[in-house]
Design a protein around this ligand. Structure first.
Ligand code: PDD
Length: 288
């Protein structure tokens, strides 16, 4: 079956799917995006993804008239048409097509594209057992990274550095030494049993997997502290972790080649991973 894409209301073969050269997403990164997991054929945490997209539309004044129900129906239609049980749904929403001019066009019509890629979530189980390494890079991004825009060049460069170093992720560190988040994941440390993560602010993306993790941890009476932590603290932590839609929970066992704690996945990561996989099973029926 050919891969299928959604472009402004039509589902076509991915290889035939195109956007206009004057799409503002292409010209200015004047666009938002979402990535949602499809597990066992079901969308995970779809409502929070939708809510984040709506919040971001309001924040950058993209008028997106499609109702939540219609968008959900189109997303599910594309997921079903692609037929993958385990996949990632990518959605990009731009301000639309207009003659190049920085300021908004007078009558913008938002354009929506969606693609679905098969994705092997089970690979995360093995990585969970060994843990992964991260490198650190300077956070070169703009000051509103809480909005999920397609302007990802700093993330692209950071992730390429990580790949070149054989690391899973690049942690972006502020000029004053605070670990913000990864190139495409949220970051955590564990100290004396407490899970510590950067508070929600303009400096991090409010990850959906982050929200789920913190809720599950609190429900399990674990201590969660939302405060900035420094790279020095991370290097002295007992454990470290990361989360995202594509990596629901992974222990971080090396930072810039230096071991975190024992240098192997710790008990808090193990407990959290069990909670996260249980929640995924509850929502989607997906089992490892
Ligand atoms: N990335 N921080 C950044 C910078 C991200 O790009 C992402 C998601 C996250 C985690 O957010 P969530 O839990 O909602 O996936 C944190 C997606 C997966 C991506 O760009 O591929």
């Amino acid at each position: 079956m050919p891969q299928l894409a959604y472009v402004d209301g039509r589902i076509t073969a991915l290889r035939d799917a195109t956007v206009h050269v004057e799409d503002r997403g292409l010209q200015f990164a004047d666009a938002l995006y979402e990535v949602a997991a499809v597990m066992n054929g079901e969308l995970l945490d779809w409502e929070p993804h939708l809510a984040r997209l709506r919040r971001n539309c309001a924040a950058i004044f993209i008028d997106f008239p499609m109702t939540d129900a219609a968008l959900t129906a189109q997303a599910k239609r594309l997921v079903a048409a692609n037929g993958h049980k385990d996949a990632l749904l990518y959605l990009q929403l731009s301000r639309g097509v207009a003659k190049r001019d920085h300021s908004f066009p007078s009558a913008p019509r938002a354009s929506l594209i969606m693609t679905v890629r098969r994705f092997d979530f089970a690979q995360r189980i093995g990585q969970q057992k060994t843990g992964v390494g991260v490198i650190t890079v300077n956070d070169m991004r703009w000051q509103r990274v809480d909005m999920k825009t397609t302007g990802l060049l700093a993330n692209v460069l950071a992730k390429q550095d990580a790949k070149a170093a054989g690391a899973f992720e690049a942690w972006m560190v502020s000029a004053d030494g605070i670990v913000r988040e990864g190139g495409s994941t949220n970051a955590y440390i564990v100290k004396d049993g407490a899970i510590i993560t950067h508070p929600l602010s303009a400096h991090i993306l409010p990850g959906i997997a982050r929200a789920t993790l913190l809720r599950l941890a609190r429900d399990a009476q674990m201590t969660v502290i939302e405060r900035p932590f420094s790279l020095d603290e991370a290097l002295a932590a007992d454990e470290a972790l990361l989360t995202s839609t594509t990596a629901p929970l992974l222990p971080v066992v090396r930072i810039d080649g230096r071991p975190v704690g024992s240098g192997t996945p710790g008990p808090v990561a193990g407990r959290l991973a069990a909670l996260v996989w249980d929640e995924i099973a509850r929502q989607t029926g997906w089992r490892r």
